[in-house]
Design a protein around this ligand. Structure first.
Ligand SMILES: [Zn+2]
Length: 163
């Protein structure tokens, strides 16, 4: 069991956050962006950064290695659509992608980390991603930022109505 505090400040005590969200046991702090037969796209659950999108497998699998042929095809097209949504709806020009097979829950997810102008104190390097995430958690965990995130999530969701 781990305790995770979401971007609205609610704490959850769970085994696998991804499975708990998908079973409905844990509610998302903001609405889901999109889903396919095999994956969901959501605003990151813990770090209040606009457009910080996570693609999560519906199955509790750890790695790309376990993808079926169908999942492979579905994943690549969904990944590109999510990236296009970030660009077209939020104007995000550059992202950094992270996928760890070493996290506690080991439930397959991939982070699409957006570089925003407010991060300009940091070089766009992977070692700064965690620093910005921690800074955002400390300084952006408030109602104003949560509202911004709800708005950006809504925009991302709109992309999928038309594409
Ligand atoms: Zn899981």
């Amino acid at each position: 069991m781990v305790v995770i505090k979401d971007i609205s400040g609610i704490e959850h005590n769970i085994d696998c956050i991804a499975c708990s969200i998908q079973s409905g046991e844990v509610a998302l702090p903001v609405e889901r962006i999109a889903e396919t037969n095999y994956f969901v796209a959501e605003q990151d659950f813990e770090y209040p950064i606009e457009g910080f999108t996570v693609i999560v497998a519906k199955r509790h699998i750890k790695s790309f290695l376990e993808f079926t042929d169908e999942e492979q095809k579905d994943f690549i097209s969904f990944l590109i659509k999510c990236r296009k949504a970030m660009k077209e709806k939020l104007g995000i020009e550059e992202i950094t992608i992270i996928q760890e097979e070493t996290t506690n829950s080991s439930h397959f997810h991939i982070w699409l980390f957006p570089w925003h102008s407010w991060m300009s104190d940091y070089k766009k390097k992977i070692d700064n991603v965690m620093k910005i995430m921690e800074m955002a958690k400390k300084e952006h965990s408030n109602e104003v930022e949560l509202l911004k995130i709800k708005e950006s999530t809504k925009k991302l969701k709109e992309y999928f109505f038309n594409n």
